[in-house]
Ligand binder design. Structure first.
Ligand SMILES: Nc1nc2c(ncn2[C@@H]2O[C@H](COP(=O)(O)OP(=O)(O)OP(=O)(O)O)[C@@H](O)[C@H]2O)c(=O)[nH]1
Ligand SMILES: [Mg+2]
Length: 385
């Protein structure tokens, strides 16, 4: 034990030893992690705390599966190309935002904890439909199951992207911290990319690591692999990463999600001032101010939702006729075969070739195979056998 840890840390460690249940252990380990001084001398201790945390979280996950239908199921079935979830603290205005952007009928009230089950609505924008889900609020410790926490978290995981709603009239910096903390503890990684590490497992031969120059301590990496029951593998590290990133790359439970912030209640006093403070504190997050109640800045919000979902609109057409309307929405990076599958399984099964007009081809009516990647606004004519 290095001599330079704080009393707070030691108390947290006592708490860990005394913890009986898995959620208590997780809470205590998180306390230890947040109170341990962050310097080179404590790096190994920090990693060991993280490893124990992953282990207990996995245990928690398993016990949840075993308990099965222990509560209401919260997940909302995806009914469009992409689903976006509204998350935030109680009373921040999530339901008001859903109401102003979609046709949904969700309850708005001046007291907290109004929304108790996720409520979907459809946003019509640029000729396509985007499903938005109004979530029950995030409260402290949802990550360890408080307030139907597990169901809430699994419903949020279902979404393709998140909109974090903050009340600009109420200390948005502190509230953002609470939300990010709960999301992180629930194994979300926000606006981050999965570390570029490839692991090829074998049945024998030990561990071989390529890309050793990208990490600070190869032995520590080997230890992490063994602890995660990987004893024979070729590990290819393709970019400079921290040891913590490496641990993340071993965790298949992590949910990487894009997110942006809506600063709601921008009609109230102090909101402009708080917005400035927020931007200074979180320059890495994009925040759009709005007022759901006074309907200010709504168009900009729609545009941002469209942008974050990485959608392309594809117009299908039959030979000899005009393009069909409305377009279909697909994920960016989709191929002609993905489009065919979306139109009808017969088009997919009997696909022969396609003709394309638009940005993804050099000239209009160009022939393209099934693996051709389509772009926003393309017109696609599918020919079948
Ligand atoms: N001044 C002002 N009040 C707002 C605005 N948006 C929502 N409100 C009010 O804030 C309160 C809470 O709104 P809701 O939309 O129910 O908030 P919520 O985040 O869904 O709340 P929970 O379901 O409890 O998590 C209501 O009294 C709304 O009228 C806004 O833009 N400006
Ligand atoms: Mg609500």
């Amino acid at each position: 034990m290095p001599a330079n840890v704080t009393r707070e840390y030691l108390l947290a460690e006592d708490g860990y030893r005394e913890a009986k249940t898995v959620p208590e252990k997780i809470k205590a380990l998180e306390k230890m992690y947040s109170t341990i001084p962050k310097h080179k001398g404590t790096e190994k201790m920090r990693l060991s705390i993280k490893q124990r945390l992953s282990k207990y979280k996995e245990e928690l996950e398993k016990s949840k599966v075993k308990r099965g239908g222990g509560g209401p199921s919260f997940s909302v079935k995806k009914e469009s190309a992409a689903q976006v979830a509204l998350v935030g603290l109680p009373n921040s205005g999530k339901s008001s935002i859903l109401k102003v952007l979609t046709n949904a009928n969700t309850e708005v009230a001046s007291y907290p904890l109004t929304t108790i089950i996720p409520t979907p609505g459809m946003l019509d924008y640029k000729d396509i439909q985007i499903q938005m889900v109004d979530m029950p609020p995030i409260i402290k410790d949802v990550s360890i199951g408080k307030g139907f926490g597990f169901q809430l978290i699994s419903a949020i995981r279902n979404a393709d992207a998140l909109i974090i709603v903050l009340d600009l009239s109420k200390d948005p910096v502190k509230n953002m911290e609470i939300i990010l903390d709960e999301l992180y503890r629930s194994e979300f990684r926000i606006n981050k990319r999965k570390p570029d590490v490839e692991i090829k497992k074998f049945s024998s031969g030990g561990i071989e690591i390529s890309g050793k120059e990208y990490v600070s301590d190869v032995n520590e990496i080997k230890k992490m692999l063994i602890e995660n029951k990987v004893s024979n593998a070729l590990v290819i590290i393709k970019e400079k990463i921290s040891l913590e990133d490496f641990l993340d790359s071993l965790n298949r439970n992590l949910a990487y999600k894009k997110a942006f912030i809506l600063g709601n209640k921008n009609d109230l006093e102090k909101s402009d001032e708080n917005l400035k403070i927020f931007r200074k504190k979180y320059p890495e997050f994009e925040i759009i101010p709005l007022s759901a109640e006074k309907e200010i800045n709504i168009e900009q919000v729609k545009e941002k939702i469209y942008e974050i979902l990485d959608i392309v609109r594809i117009f299908t057409k039959s030979p000899g006729s005009d393009p069909d309307y409305p377009p279909i929405a697909m994920k960016r990076g989709s191929t002609v075969l993905d489009v065919a599958r979306e139109v009808h399984k017969q088009f997919y099964k009997n696909f022969k070739y396609s003709k394309i007009w638009g940005k993804s081809v050099k000239y209009d009516g160009q022939r393209a195979g099934g693996d051709h990647i389509v772009e926003d606004g393309d017109v696609v004519e599918i020919h079948i056998k």
